[in-house]
Design a protein around this ligand. Structure first.
Ligand SMILES: [Zn+2]
Length: 136
């Protein structure tokens, strides 16, 4: 995927094959991954530390967000940069991540008084698809 390698270059990260693959997976799957979960995506066995280093590098560069999930695992996900602050929702059953509506203007105004370096606003639960599957 062209885009992943562009994103890496824009952030002054050399787009190695593995880095591009990791970012591709995060962008195309729209899911969040811990380093262990990400490793399962590769057919050739990759060292867990290698995967962890890549995820952490992309996080440090501001390309990925990360969150400590409700099960205690640190999960990384791709979130296109936008100027508005909006929470995300993660499905605990299928792992999908959805971007929710941005916070209201008065909230952004209030936050404008501070220098916010990072904000991870994450709700977790069961998505609509999984909820419907449960019912049928
Ligand atoms: Zn789901």
């Amino acid at each position: 995927m062209e885009r992943s390698s562009e994103i890496l270059k824009e952030n002054y990260i050399r787009p190695t094959r593995l880095r591009v693959q990791v970012l591709n997976i995060l962008i195309s799957s729209e899911q969040s991954f811990s380093s262990t979960e990400m490793r399962h995506y590769f057919e050739e066995v990759q060292d867990r530390v290698t995967i962890y280093r890549i995820l952490n590098l992309l996080y440090e560069a501001g390309i990925l967000e990360r969150t400590v999930d409700t099960d205690g695992a640190i999960r990384y996900f791709y979130c296109a940069k936008n100027t508005t602050l909006s929470p995300s929702f993660r499905c605990l059953s299928c792992g999908m991540i959805a971007q929710l509506s941005p916070l209201p203007d008065f909230y952004q105004y209030e936050l404008g008084k501070y220098q916010v370096d990072r904000a991870v606003l994450l709700f977790s639960g069961i998505c609509e698809d999984c909820k419907n599957k449960e019912l049928t």
